[in-house]
Design a protein around this ligand. Structure first.
Ligand code: SAM
Length: 380
């Protein structure tokens, strides 16, 4: 079976590596997605265990069109009754970039009509559309004249892990937080500090990696559980096997924030994720913190600046650079922000730069190697 794992821009390579580790074959990274092949067991496993996939689609047809009518005809040829029954509800998510369609919704309507007519011919009845809680979610992708129709096996995006009850003002997407950690080479064996942890997304994703907790463990449901061919025993086996690998945390993970409210929110989320033992949280101003371990990793997601005056945000980024230099010698620091201008005030030379997206927001991820003592060369 062929599958498409969707992800955030910049995380394609990390996701491809994850999929290979999970046992996928024919793994190929493309823009914001990774193609792979595997069986039903792998589909369940990837949904349950992947940290950087947003959703897993199963393509059911691809064909070329020369007119709108070709979409209707192509849709009619798909054996819809092998995927769902006439009594099941469905919904279509159209993603269209084609001169054949002036607006995206219209392409969705054409496919909906062909599905309804397919069932009417077979059963005399039409399945109903439910855009809120459909049993089957269909993804319609049209790029110029190429149509790909897939069924979404995740439905609720996989970044919605299920542990987040409380969220701060600008939380990181969970998939992005896990992606940064995997991209950084942090492998769960070095001490980790997030001194601006907000609602705790980075420490929690780090805790899940360190303790080998499958990120799907807290989810109530995956789309494939409503499929006609859902194999409950197989899914139980997949979960049991993945859960049997969970270990107590081999590392210390620290989260802190200047806001008492943010730390309270992080505490609730950490507890929901079952990571109270692994993660220590406290209220602190970053400038007062010193590293406990010189070989450790620091991850920072500072405010982007929307709620601050320009000189306040410049001072904040300047303080980050000074604190890293004086209080975190020997550490590897990673910083993610959408504020490209303010990072200049950090005053340290980044060793790596990556472009990533937090939802629709373009961000940069920077790596700093903090050396022992003051190195003038580090100043830019
Ligand atoms: C963009 S948010 C972090 C969001 C977090 N990654 C999450 O997923 O919830 C930035 C955080 O930095 C905190 N902050 C701002 N100045 C700080 C300082 N001087 N020391 C520590 N935390 C600070 C804010 O309170 C805020 O929670």
């Amino acid at each position: 079976m062929k599958f498409v794992a969707k992800t955030l821009y910049g995380l394609e390579k990390v996701l491809a590596e994850e999929l290979v580790d999970l046992g996928a074959a024919d793994v190929q990274a493309v823009n914001r997605a990774v193609l792979f092949t595997g069986d039903k067991e792998l589909l369940y496993k990837v949904n349950y265990c992947s940290r950087t996939a947003l959703s897993i689609l199963m393509p059911v047809a691809d064909f070329r069109i020369r007119s709108k009518d070709d979409l209707y005809k192509g849709g009619l040829k798909i054996k819809w009754d092998s995927y769902f029954e006439v009594d099941d509800t469905f919904s279509i998510v159209p993603v269209v970039n084609s001169s054949h369609f002036g607006h995206t919704g219209y392409a969705g309507l054409i496919l909906k009509d062909s599905i309804a007519d397919y069932f009417r011919e077979k059963t005399g009845r039409r399945p109903s559309v439910d855009t809120v809680d459909p049993r089957i979610l269909i993804n319609l992708h049209i790029s110029n004249d190429l149509v790909t129709i897939s069924i979404d096996s995740s439905v609720i995006p996989l970044f919605k892990r299920g542990y987040r009850q409380e969220q701060s003002v600008a939380p990181l997407n969970e998939v992005l937080a896990a992606g940064i950690l995997l991209l950084s080479g942090w492998n769960g064996s070095a001490t980790l500090t997030d001194p601006m942890c907000g609602s705790g997304t980075i420490p929690i994703e780090a805790g899940l990696i360190a303790c080998k907790v499958p990120p799907g463990k807290f989810r109530k449901y995956f789309g494939f559980q409503r499929w006609k061919d859902f194999d409950e025993e197989l899914f139980k086996k997949v979960k049991l096997r993945a859960d049997s690998l969970i270990i107590p945390s081999p590392v210390k993970i620290f989260g802190s924030d200047i806001s008492e409210q943010a730390v309270q929110q992080a505490k609730v989320n950490v507890s929901n994720a079952g990571l109270n033992e692994a993660i220590s949280l406290q209220v602190s101003d970053f400038k007062t913190i010193k590293t406990v371990d010189e070989e450790s990793f620091v991850f920072l997601n500072p405010p982007y600046g929307q709620r601050l005056q320009p000189d306040e945000i410049d001072q904040l980024y300047n303080m980050i650079g000074t604190t890293l230099k004086h209080n975190f010698p020997g550490t590897t620091a990673w910083l993610i922000t959408s504020n490209k201008e303010s990072v200049k005030n950090i005053g340290l030379k980044p060793r790596e730069k990556h472009t990533l997206f937090n939802g629709a927001l373009e961000c940069i991820l920077l790596k700093y190697e903090m050396y022992q003592g003051t190195r003038k060369k580090e100043k830019i």
